[in-house]
Design a protein around this ligand. Structure first.
Ligand SMILES: C[S@@+](CC[C@H](N)C(=O)[O-])C[C@H]1O[C@@H](n2cnc3c(N)ncnc32)[C@H](O)[C@@H]1O
Length: 316
């Protein structure tokens, strides 16, 4: 199939990821870049949402099923890039009804629409039964990565996304300041434009990426910054190829794809998020994007008010 004739090209669809992927033709997508909901962290308010399963195995299995279908729609020379973060057993942030301060807190009203995140007690109990007491780091990214390997994906790289802005109030361990971006392929040979993955001195890029770019702050859920996925968009897909994000959220993948003359297909279960993504992609390039893309070289010092700074911290 000619990439540009793909059905649903350059659209954002409201649907459950698995149901949506089943409608796409075999081997029709060049690259998949996505960030699914993390386990037990947020309530997106939709019945078929992923992330609030009572058992971690059910969460892992849900992701394996979605990504097995994604593997079918991926071209044989395609790659799949998965951003996923970890969590601690019993961490209260965003877990209590409506978040750490309760469903009527300003945080919940602003960032979670006041929707209580249910099932925390049951999830914690399951962790204890698995031999993970309170305060244990779950290791969920690796659990998911191993399950995807067992399901047939070739794990090519574990990129550490170093997020220096992360703030945590812990005093008995180092501050957790990274997430993973796993790179998978379907076959041993695949499309990869190495020229977009070189350092300024021409060396191969290393696997720890310090990305400080601020994520779009108009969403009330976790959003990855454009800077994180920009090299991936360019390396994993030639111009006019099609990139898929089955958990599209605020549309970052669509926006960056468009900015680099790639096509996109996005899906998200939440109609509000889809509307947000459509609006964001239609708006195109903002002044911040221009700076990132080198279209506006004037140095710009953006003054962030303490209120904005606080809001950005809460989004992390
Ligand atoms: C971590 S956010 C993605 C953020 C996105 N990378 C961005 O930059 O905006 C996860 C998204 O998955 C969506 N979601 C949850 N369950 C889903 C499902 N079963 N199918 C499709 N989307 C789902 C949520 O509505 C949420 O927008």
């Amino acid at each position: 199939m000619n990439d540009a004739t793909h059905p649903l090209i350059d659209t954002v669809q409201v649907n459950d990821a698995l149901t949506f992927l089943k409608t796409l033709p075999d081997e029709s997508i060049q690259s998949i870049i996505t960030s699914p909901p993390y386990f037990g962290q947020r309530d997106y308010g939709a019945e078929q949402q992923i992330g609030l399963e009572m058992h971690p195995d059910a969460y892992i299995q849900a992701l394996v099923s979605v990504f097995a279908e994604a593997r079918r729609v991926l071209r044989n020379d395609g790659t799949f890039w998965l951003n996923i973060g970890d969590n601690y057993v019993g961490a209260t942030s965003q877990h209590k009804a409506g978040g750490s301060q309760g469903k009527n807190s300003r945080y919940s009203r602003k960032h979670m629409n006041g929707i209580p995140t249910t099932g925390r007690k049951i999830r914690n109990k399951t962790f204890y039964e698995m031999g993970l007491p309170m305060k244990s780091l779950v290791g969920m990214p690796w659990r998911v990565a191993f399950a995807l390997q067992s399901d047939g994906w070739i794990l090519r790289c574990d990129i550490i996304w170093h997020r220096p802005a992360t703030s945590e109030s812990v005093k008995d361990r180092p501050t957790h300041a990274h997430e993973y971006v796993f790179m998978f392929s379907k076959k041993q040979k695949y499309y990869y434009d190495r020229s977009t993955m070189l350092t300024e001195s021409g060396a191969n890029i290393q696997s720890v990426w310090r990305v400080t770019g601020s994520p779009f702050s108009g969403a009330h859920f976790a959003v990855f910054p454009a800077e994180l996925i920009e090299p991936i968009v360019q390396a994993s897909c030639p111009m006019n190829g099609v990139i898929l994000d089955p958990f599209g959220g605020s549309g970052t993948v669509g926006l960056v794809a468009k900015q680099h003359q790639r096509h996109f297909i996005l899906c998200d279960i939440s109609p509000e998020n889809v509307a947000l993504a459509q609006q964001r992609i239609a708006c195109g390039i903002t002044s911040d994007d221009k700076l990132r893309l080198g279209l506006d070289m004037k140095p710009k010092t953006k003054k962030i008010s303490s209120k904005e700074e606080q809001a950005q911290k809460l989004l992390l």
